[in-house]
Design a protein around this ligand. Structure first.
Ligand SMILES: Cc1cc2nc3c(=O)[nH]c(=O)nc-3n(C[C@H](O)[C@H](O)[C@H](O)COP(=O)(O)O)c2cc1C
Length: 303
């Protein structure tokens, strides 16, 4: 049996597979489909301090190999999520990661503090990269200096491992990655969705109320893989790669370019038990390629 465990430095995962924020509800919804304990960890849908309705419909548009979304981080607010996490942690021992959002830097800190105080929460993922919210400050990951200030401030207030989630829409993602590392991030995750445009030809208008939306799914895999490769060469902290993963081979490709672990997103919508299949495929592929452990190939892309 191949060795699948992943040492992030601050935490060891039994395997590298983590459902991505916003594509796995609050975990509970997926419990009927498979045993959540098989996962390396799981990330909950992004959360603000207060309840948010999100954007008006339409919110989703399928593309030939992907999904455009403009959900706008709808959510029940921090109080309600704490109740959900208590219930979820009674059902699974898999590490729970909270995806922290904020309308401004102060709110990011407050939300991070609330969930850092919960023993049921293993790590925080700072969502500084959502393309679907209009308020100022919603996407600090566009800017390395803003990223540095915010990550530093959150790290001063919370003492839980902090993953910082980066945007593929930044002009220089490697600079933002370095800024997050310098400010004290424990790990990075990338990428969030790519900005895209869908139009309603009859109405001669954008399909989405916010004009632009976020593209995810297989369509973005080569683009995301390239960004993960670039960032892995620039930082020393662990990188969690994502974007378009649908198979065990995809996971190994992300590990080969340097990712410590991966997140799987859009595939959860079309196949709720995708994690089970992907994990099995990964093990088969490792056996086939005679890879005994992930460390053997991590970051070993020959270029
Ligand atoms: C419908 C939808 C909702 C999402 N919500 C969030 C969110 O709340 N927080 C976040 O950090 N990322 C969110 N994302 C981005 C995903 O976590 C992931 O970064 C992205 O979809 C790329 O991975 P994939 O191609 O495997 O889906 C969302 C993506 C989708 C499709």
């Amino acid at each position: 049996m191949a060795e699948l465990s992943v040492d992030l430095g601050f935490c060891t995962l039994k395997n590298p597979l983590i459902p991505a924020s916003g594509t796995f509800g609050y975990g509970e919804e997926f419990a009927p489909f498979f045993d959540l304990d098989i996962l390396g960890a799981l990330v909950l849908k992004g959360i603000y301090k207060n309840t948010r309705p999100g954007n008006p419909p339409p919110r989703l548009c399928e593309t030939p190999a992907g999904l455009l979304n403009s959900i706008g981080l709808a959510g029940p607010g921090a109080d309600k999520l704490q109740e959900i996490i208590r219930r979820l942690s009674a059902k699974t021992s898999t590490p729970i990661i909270v995806n922290v959002c904020g309308q401004n830097d102060q709110e990011f800190v407050e939300v991070a503090e609330i969930f850092a105080a919960m023993p049921e929460v293993t790590m925080l993922e700072l969502n500084i990269s959502c393309p679907n919210v209009k308020q100022g400050g919603a996407c600090p990951a566009q800017d390395d200096q803003h990223t540095y200030r915010l990550v530093k401030r959150v790290k001063e207030h919370v003492h839980k491992p902090l993953i910082v989630k980066l945007s593929p829409n930044a002009a220089d993602i490697a600079a933002v990655a370095r800024a997050a590392q310098e400010a004290g991030a424990d790990a990075l995750s990338l990428v969030n969705t790519f900005l895209g445009l869908a139009v309603n030809l009859e109405k001669r208008r954008p399909l989405f109320a916010n004009t632009l939306a976020g593209l995810s799914g297989p369509a973005i895999k080569p683009l995301a893989l390239k960004l993960v490769w670039e960032v892995c060469r620039q930082v020393q902290i662990p990188v969690i790669g994502m974007g378009g993963i649908t198979s065990g081979k995809d996971v190994l490709e992300y590990i080969l370019v340097g990712a410590s672990a991966v997140q799987i997103g859009t595939v959860n919508f079309t196949e709720p038990a995708a994690a089970v299949r992907i994990l099995a495929e990964m093990e088969q592929e490792m056996t086939h390629l005679q890879i005994n452990g992930l460390n053997e190939i991590r970051g070993k892309l020959l270029v």
